[in-house]
Write a protein that binds this ligand. Structure first.
Ligand code: F6P
Length: 363
């Protein structure tokens, strides 16, 4: 058993429901069973570089299992190895990892639990190589981390997106329209596929299956004359036509991932109207998918992840990420977890099941 007297926690990257449930399940047992001081780094790795930390009390971490967001704050612009610094010449990206490491030493931490997605796990890996005692906990609504069956946050996003599709169904049917809904997910189609399948979308467009415009047009035309006289098109923000490019909302070099996706829903809606004359409307679900309370599934998974993260820290198993395999939470080396993004296999059972019930993927 490793001595755990001072434990740090940080949440990095975009927030998602369940972060507070992890903080609670690391902090409560750490205080109760290890008598440890638990310190929360503010605003993710940005706070680590800038030296912003505060001690968490039992009261801070009580009553937060159902709370969305993160009590610590987060940022997707604070990669210590590529840190945006204001200089006379404007914003310059610099390696500020030494500043972060000095804070780590000054705070005398025995372990740091970093809760985050792909970007966070890459940073955890670099600090691990430099000898710092990090444990990773995988979160993201995108569900795109390999080495875990699922990330917490995904189920909550899925339930918001599914409810949105259910709501669009009634109005689509009443007006005989094509309703396009754009959901998040970055370069993975898990949210679009899961919510599209659960909500009975007629067309699902995901990054892993480049689509052909004509196939989509034909499908919604056919439905408008012979089918339900309306269509629901669920499009992932990272979906792209076989002959086209990703639709990018903005590029920001300060972000860990400089590309912010968005806009494909609008494009799909416009193209369908132009090609078919059908009336279309677009809904961009945006950050509604990340906000609000975690589902019971995410609260439970986050709690299991947090308590396992503390156990790994107590065993000195640093450089590991907790991960769900089947029903068990197990450790995997972070190095393994970051090898590739977990995208939807084009022949996955989910895709095949959707195809079997007549869903069009535009291919
Ligand atoms: O990674 C989570 C996520 O919500 C993605 O699905 C989305 O592309 C991105 O973050 C949005 O980032 P931001 O909150 O910076 O707009």
């Amino acid at each position: 058993m490793k001595s755990l007297k001072r434990i740090g926690i940080l949440t990095g990257g975009g927030d998602c429901p369940g972060l507070n449930a992890v903080i609670r399940s690391v902090a409560k047992p750490a205080m109760t069973y290890f008598g440890a001081t638990v310190l929360g780094v503010e605003d993710g790795f940005e706070g680590l570089v800038e030296g912003r930390i505060r001690e968490l009390t039992k009261r801070d971490v009580s009553g937060i299992v159902n709370l969305g967001g993160t009590i610590l704050g987060t940022s997707n612009k604070g990669d210590p190895f590529h840190f945006p610094v204001e200089t006379e010449k404007g914003i310059e990206v610099q390696d500020c990892s030494e500043r972060a490491m000095q804070h780590f030493r000054d705070w005398n931490l025995d372990a740091m639990v970093a809760i985050g997605g792909d970007g966070t796990m890459h940073i955890v890996d670099k600090f691990t190589d430099l000898g710092f005692p990090f444990i990773g906990v995988p979160k993201t609504i995108d569900n795109d981390l390999s080495s875990t069956d699922v990330t917490f946050g995904y189920d909550s996003a899925l339930s918001v997106a599914t409810e949105a599709i259910d709501r669009l169904h009634t109005t689509a049917s009443a007006h005989h329209r094509v309703m396009v809904i754009e959901v998040m997910g970055r370069y993975a189609g898990w949210i679009a596929l899961g919510s599209g399948l659960a909500g009975g979308a007629d067309v699902i467009l995901i990054p892993e299956i480049p689509f052909h415009w004509e196939k989509v047009f034909e499908y919604v035309m056919e439905r408008s004359s012979h089918g339900g006289r309306f269509s629901i098109v669920c499009v992932a923000e990272g979906a792209k036509p076989a002959d086209g490019e990703l639709v990018v909302q903005e590029k920001d070099s300060k972000r860990t991932d400089p590309i912010r996706l968005g806009g494909i829903g609008d494009l799909v809606s416009r193209k369908i109207t132009e090609a078919t004359g059908l009336e279309t409307r677009v809904t961009v679900l945006g950050h509604l998918q990340r906000g609000g309370s975690p589902t019971p599934y995410d609260r439970i998974l986050a709690t299991k992840f947090g308590s396992m993260a503390l156990q790994l820290a107590s065993e000195g198993k640093f450089g590991h990420m907790v991960s769900l395999r089947g029903t068990e939470v197990v450790p995997v080396p972070v190095k393994q977890a970051i090898l590739k993004l977990r995208t939807v296999p084009a022949d996955s059972q989910l895709v095949l099941a959707a195809r079997a019930v007549g869903t069009c993927f535009g291919d």
